[in-house]
Design a protein around this ligand. Structure first.
Ligand code: AP5
Length: 214
């Protein structure tokens, strides 16, 4: 099962992608997480990506496409994967489709988690991310057991640099301009599935499981 998660920044793609990966035992591939790990480790890729991410801009296609195309060909992806944060532009989607077609393969589902912009601003302000493992929480909707610390590894929780309100507004503009056209792209391929992302996160997941089947 090859799945793409679509949706605005903060729509809940990461939250749902983790649940899908757990339930269906497939890898969760988040380009945002890959870039953040590279930033933390001080790699060249991380240094380049950071300059774009801190401004709420997309990292250029050439820095992300090969990375994902290589990743989905690794052996743990043989039974499928859930892509979170990729593709984000039409050229990225076309590059993925072309690479999969060469392998006689294709994407099965593009799941769009729909949340209006007004809800997004509120969600991002309340999101906290673990400096260690990257797990995400929300101060109101999904709080950790101990305030300020990760349930998984006990590391500190922080507000992501790009979750500050002015950067979130920029990310939303970039989303509408460059990423939203993917909805039409996947709709025309008849693999688009829409879910309401404004309801409780467990209810969002139930809707996704209904689409994917047990
Ligand atoms: P990335 O990390 O992918 O950021 P994003 O797409 O903006 O998505 P987020 O991680 O912010 O949100 P999400 O939808 O996963 O929501 P979450 O589940 O955390 O990318 C960061 C940056 O990297 C980009 O801006 C770009 O610069 C670069 N980048 C990455 N991929 C790229 C690519 N392919 N090309 C170019 N550049 C790329 O949920 C948000 C919050 O809401 C959490 O606190 C959560 O607990 C809460 N929440 C979730 N669901 C619900 C619910 N149903 N009800 C209430 N609260 C909820």
């Amino acid at each position: 099962m090859k799945i793409i998660m679509l949706g605005a920044p903060g729509a809940g793609k990461g939250t749902q992608a983790k649940k899908i990966a757990d339930k269906y035992q497939i890898p969760h591939i988040s380009t945002g997480d890959i870039f953040r790990a590279n930033i933390k480790n001080g790699t060249e890729l991380g240094k380049k990506a950071k300059t774009y991410m801190d401004q709420g801009l997309l990292v250029p296609d050439e820095l992300v496409v090969d990375l994902v195309v290589d990743r989905v060909q690794q052996s743990d992806c043989a039974n499928g994967y859930v892509l979170d944060g990729f593709p984000r532009t039409i050229p990225q989607a076309e590059a993925l489709d072309a690479a999969l077609a060469k392998l006689g393969d294709k994407v099965d589902y593009a799941i769009n988690v729909e949340v209006p912009d007004e809800n997004i601003i509120n969600r991002m302000g309340g999101r906290r991310a673990c400096v260690g493992c990257g797990a995400t929480y929300h101060v109101a909707y999904n709080p950790p057991k101990e305030e300020g610390f990760c349930d998984i590894d006990g590391e500190k929780l922080i507000l992501r640099e790009d979750d500050k309100p002015e950067t979130v507004k920029k990310r939303l503009d970039v989303y509408h301009d460059q990423t939203q056209p993917l909805i039409e792209y996947y709709s025309s391929k008849q693999i688009l599935k829409e879910v309401d992302g404004t309801v409780d996160m467990e209810d969002v997941f139930t809707a996704i499981v209904q689409i994917l089947g047990v």
